[in-house]
Design a protein around this ligand. Structure first.
Ligand code: ZN
Length: 335
């Protein structure tokens, strides 16, 4: 759907849109809310500024009731489906802005949320490979032509060919992330120092403070790989490693997990082991409006389109859901 169509959709009166979405429970997800150009994120994707985020909340609250993770899980356990006409807000990657920007806004409005964190980044012990890519892209604009040429050669030697350096950097997958550390020197970057000085992620104290204000914390893997690229053993290690560290560090009432990137291509066996061994109570993916054939696997909708007002985005989600409903609503099948 292009932006023009979306802006037209945004003009549909609220009751009509609300009836399109029906009684569903919305699961919006975000990564960041900030008025700043955050260099370790901005080159990768856009995000809402504070005013835009507040408008999203107004719209969501006018049509749905904000619920906590606790209520969400309890209702699914009782009735086999989430609460009606509700929304559960979620945020991935555990950036410090969750504590500094998002939590104060939500707390003032009485809106619960779940923050999913990457365990290797806790307390800013390390940068996730995605933040390394973003920083390299950002710094490429201030790097000498000779250093850029050396960086291009290094990438080419590792199999990342192509004219555009930014495109090449963004194509580096998790499995080859070591190349990013080798590139840092060309860009005058010290990733460890950046993590310590800029503190991009939540600290343990900030997480404890979020928990004490009633927010929920969930796992988002050890180091943010795409799960469909991993063996079953590695998928389990990434999930268990993260959840065990969170459980040891914080007293979590509930154990929930959001897949990095997407859960597309993740087989039923992974979910069976996860739920049988009680590693987690529920998992969250990013392919709303689809529903899942696995009871405690849920799909979320992105509300993170900085160029689209909340009304248009809501209209898009409403339309996608009705099309999906009309099509017979087949759940995601897992082999
Ligand atoms: Zn993520």
């Amino acid at each position: 759907l292009n932006n023009l169509l979306l802006s037209i959709l945004g003009q549909i009166p609220s009751p009509a849109l609300a009836s399109l979405i029906g009684k569903e429970c919305l699961l919006p997800y975000y990564h960041l809310v900030s008025d700043e150009a955050v260099p370790h994120v901005a080159p990768l994707f856009g995000y809402r500024d504070i005013a835009g985020f507040k408008k999203d909340l107004e719209l969501l609250c006018s049509r749905h009731r904000p619920i906590s993770l606790e209520e969400f899980l309890a209702t699914v356990s009782e009735r086999g489906q989430p609460p009606e006409k509700a929304f559960l807000l979620t945020f991935d990657d555990g950036f410090r802005e969750m504590h500094d920007v998002v939590a104060p806004i939500l707390h003032a409005k009485g809106i619960p949320a779940v923050f999913f964190v990457i365990s290797e980044t806790l307390d800013n012990r390390a940068l996730c490979f995605q933040q390394k890519i973003a920083l390299l892209c950002h710094h490429s604009h201030f790097t000498s032509p000779a250093a850029l040429s050396a960086a291009r050669d290094l990438l080419k030697g590792q199999g990342f060919a192509g004219a555009d350096l930014i495109v090449r950097l963004k194509s580096v997958p998790w499995a080859k992330r070591q190349v990013l550390d080798s590139l840092a020197a060309f860009f005058g970057l010290d990733f460890a120092a950046y993590a310590q000085q800029q503190k991009p992620y939540l600290t343990n104290e900030q997480i404890s403070s979020l928990l004490s204000r009633g927010f929920s914390i969930g796992g988002h893997s050890v180091s943010h790989p795409r799960y469909s690229d991993l063996s079953l053993t590695d998928q389990l290690q990434q999930t268990k490693g993260c959840m065990e560290l969170l459980a040891a560090q914080f007293s979590l009432k509930h154990r929930v997990f959001a897949f990095p990137h997407t859960d597309r291509g993740v087989h039923r066996e992974f979910f069976d082991i996860l739920f049988q061994e009680k590693v987690v109570e529920a998992t969250f993916g990013t392919t709303g409006p689809y529903c899942d054939s696995i009871l405690f696997s849920f799909q979320r909708d992105s509300f993170e389109k900085p160029n689209l007002p909340a009304k248009s985005l809501y209209a898009r989600h409403a339309l996608r859901r009705s099309i999906h409903r009309l099509g017979g609503r087949r759940p995601i099948q897992r082999d």
